[in-house]
Structure formats: structure tokens, C-alpha cells
Design a protein around this ligand. Structure first.
Ligand SMILES: [Zn+2]
Length: 256
């Protein structure tokens, strides 16, 4: 709980009704992850933890700059449709995600919080069609931040290829967050087997990867060379970048 304590009261988990009444938020942040295998060396909670930490730290920075922001509890499960052959992997289907997001958006709207930012931590979550429909339906502002897709210049400098899943970026972040949960000796190379049908590899053609066939060690991207220091630098850059979004969205008179 210690790391949460210093985030009060931007974390709803720690805010009291009195605190929220005195400084009513106009912007809610919803961290949304997944709980799934990450190569053989990172914990299942990697994506949920990344989204949550980036959301809380960014909100803390943004609140210091006058944003009226509150971070909702993290949604721990995501779309794991192609990982159902892995142990204890819970899949939220798109209709489940839509139902959850609809209830979150409508609840906030009733309380006069009409700005919502989803901080996504999992590549398999695709909120685009959900948000299109819910913006129309609710009339509130909703944005999605895939935090790992921000600060690409720095990522390239730090990591070369940051990897896609349990690669050098995520491994560095986890070495920064909780080094005891990273088991580097167990890490595979995170290599990707091509599809059996070569025509599926070209740009503009897409089909989901049957994960265990395409990524035999359950990682996508080589985690070797990861360091806590580069994880810290990437984390701080992600938080600074998201904080700017939170400040601007919270303070904007008209959106978008
Ligand atoms: Zn991940």
C-alpha cells in the first residue's frame, strides 16, 4: 500500500468523499490491463501494473499542475482470446469490455464527470470501436492512451526495438517497478515464427496470432539487455507525456 499512499488523493481507492467534494474531479482515468503470461520471466500482472503505475504517477503530476483528475481502480482482465490455452488466463470478450465501459461512462456522467481517459496496458485490448459507439451514446469525452506507443524516439534510443510483449521495454519497466518479480534466467529470446501462409505477412492484412504457435516462449521481442535504469527513464517519460494530456483535457473549455 505504501506506493499508493503518496498518490492520494488522485487514487479513488484512497480518496474520501470529503476530499472529492472539496476538489471535484472533472476527469476520470481508467487503467485497463490484462493478466497473462509474459514470456517465462515476467509476472502475469505486468500489463495491469504498467497501466496502473503510469496512470497514478501521471495523475499525480497533472494534479500538481491543476488538473482535476481521479484515477479509478484498474480493470485487471483484458482480451486474451488467443491465449486460452495458457494456464489461468481469463479472457474478457469485446461485449464484456463494452458493457463495463458503458457502465463506467454512464455512472460518471450521472455525477457530472464528463471526461474519461482509458490508460491501456495491453496490446490485445482494442477500445477504438467501443469508444466510437459510447461517445455517440453518452455524449461524454472519451480518449484512449496506449502508453507504450508514446515517446517512441526515447524508446528507440533506450532500447532499439522495444518489443511487443515481454520484450526489453516491459522487462525494463518491471525491473524498475518490482525487480524481485523478474526472473531473467528463465527468459526466452521472444522470437516470432511467421504465419504458415506467407501471404498473411504483408502489410494491410491482419489475423490474430495464435499465440503459442507464433511465440513459442510466450514473449514477443527479446528481453535481454533490459535494465531498471532504462525502465525508470521510459516510465518517467510516459508519465510526463500522459500528464500533459490529463492537464490539457481537464482544463480545456471545449473538447476535443
Ligand atoms: Zn504486456
Amino acid at each position: 500500500m505504501m506506493s499508493y499512499m503518496k498518490n492520494a488523493p488522485v487514487s479513488l481507492m484512497l480518496a474520501t468523499h470529503g476530499q472529492l467534494r472539496r476538489r471535484k474531479p472533472n476527469l476520470a482515468v481508467l487503467p485497463w490491463g490484462a493478466t497473462e503470461a509474459h514470456n517465462q520471466h515476467l509476472p502475469y500482472g505486468t500489463d495491469a501494473m504498467g497501466a496502473e503505475r503510469v496512470a497514478l504517477r501521471s495523475a499525480q503530476i497533472a494534479a500538481g499542475r491543476g488538473a482535476r483528475v481521479i484515477v479509478l481502480p484498474t480493470i485487471p482482465f483484458g482480451n486474451n482470446a488467443q491465449q486460452q490455452d495458457q494456464i489461468a488466463t481469463v479472457h474478457f470478450s469485446t461485449t464484456t469490455a463494452l458493457a463495463i465501459l458503458r457502465d463506467v461512462a454512464n455512472s460518471l456522467k450521472r455525477q457530472g464527470i464528463e471526461r474519461l481517459i482509458i490508460v491501456n496496458g495491453h496490446g490485445g485490448n482494442n477500445f477504438t470501436p467501443l469508444v466510437r459507439d459510447l461517445v455517440l451514446e453518452t455524449g461524454i469525452f472519451i480518449a484512449v492512451v496506449n502508453y507504450w506507443q508514446t515517446c517512441m524516439e526515447l524508446q528507440q534510443k533506450l532500447f532499439g526495438d522495444p518489443g511487443d510483449h515481454a520484450g526489453i521495454l516491459e522487462t525494463s519497466l518491471m525491473l524498475h517497478f518490482c525487480p524481485d518479480s523478474v526472473h531473467m534466467k528463465a527468459a526466452g529470446p521472444g522470437k516470432r515464427n511467421p504465419f504458415a501462409v506467407a501471404a498473411l505477412e504483408q502489410k494491410g492484412v491482419w489475423t490474430p496470432r495464435p499465440w503459442t504457435k507464433i511465440h513459442p516462449d510466450l514473449g514477443a521481442g527479446d528481453p535481454h539487455g533490459a535494465t531498471a535504469e532504462s525502465g525508470k527513464q521510459a516510465f518517467e517519460a510516459f508519465c510526463e507525456s500522459l500528464a500533459k494530456v490529463l492537464v490539457d483535457v481537464s482544463k480545456a473549455k471545449h473538447l476535443p
